[in-house]
Write a protein that binds this ligand. Structure first.
Ligand SMILES: [Zn+2]
Length: 182
C-alpha cells in the first residue's frame, strides 16, 4: 500500500518535472514554429504542415482536401505506433524463446524443433513489421516533405484513390505492374 502510494507520487512528480522542463510544449503557436523549424525537423510535423494543394492527383481526380490529408496522416501515425508495438512484442517473444532454449536442457527433440519454428516465425514477423515500419516512415516523410503521391519510377501522379487505399505506395499502378512482371 505504502509503496504503491510512493510510486504514484514519484510518477506524478516526474510528470510535473517533465512539463516544467519543457515550457514550450503545448503552447507552440504558428509564430513559434517558424522560429524553431530546425528543432522540429526530426519529429512528425503533423498534418497541418502539409499543403493539400502540393499533393498530385491523376487526371479526373478531385484535388486533395485538408480533411483527406488529415485522415491519411492520422492513419500513417497509427500504423507507425502499431508496427512499433508489433516489433517490440516480437522481440520480447524472441528473447523469451532464446532464454527457454538456453535453459531447456530437459527438452526432447520435438520440443526443441517446435521452439526453433516459433522463433523463426517471430523473426519473420519482426522483419515484416520492420519493412512496413520503414515504408510508413518513408510515406510520412514524403507527406510532410516532398514527393508524396509521386511515382518513384516514372514521376507521374500515383493518384489520390490509390494513395488513400495504400498510403505506403511509392509506384503508380502501371509501374507496380511492370515491377511485378519482372
Ligand atoms: Zn509510375
Amino acid at each position: 500500500m505504502a509503496d504503491k502510494a510512493t510510486g504514484v507520487g514519484t510518477a506524478t512528480k516526474r510528470a510535473r518535472k517533465a512539463v516544467a522542463a519543457d515550457p514550450g510544449e503545448g503552447t507552440v503557436t504558428t509564430t513559434a514554429r517558424q522560429n524553431t523549424s530546425i528543432d522540429t525537423v526530426t519529429v512528425p510535423l503533423g498534418a497541418e504542415s502539409v499543403d493539400p494543394a502540393t499533393l498530385p492527383v491523376r487526371p479526373g481526380e478531385e484535388p486533395w482536401t485538408s480533411e483527406e490529408v488529415h485522415e491519411l496522416h492520422t492513419e500513417l501515425i497509427r500504423d507507425l505506433e502499431r508496427l512499433q508495438n508489433e516489433i517490440g512484442a516480437a522481440e520480447a517473444a524472441i528473447s523469451g524463446l532464446m532464454r527457454d532454449s538456453n535453459d531447456g536442457a530437459g527438452d526432447d527433440q520435438v520440443d526443441a524443433g517446435t521452439k526453433n519454428i516459433s522463433r523463426e516465425s517471430e523473426l519473420a514477423l519482426a522483419n515484416n513489421a520492420r519493412d512496413s515500419l520503414a515504408q510508413t516512415e518513408h510515406a510520412l516523410a514524403r507527406l510532410e516533405g516532398v514527393g508524396f503521391g509521386v511515382c518513384e519510377s516514372c514521376g507521374q501522379a500515383i493518384g489520390k484513390a490509390r494513395m488513400q487505399a495504400f498510403p505506403r505506395a511509392t509506384l503508380c499502378v502501371q509501374c507496380k505492374a511492370k515491377q511485378e512482371r519482372r
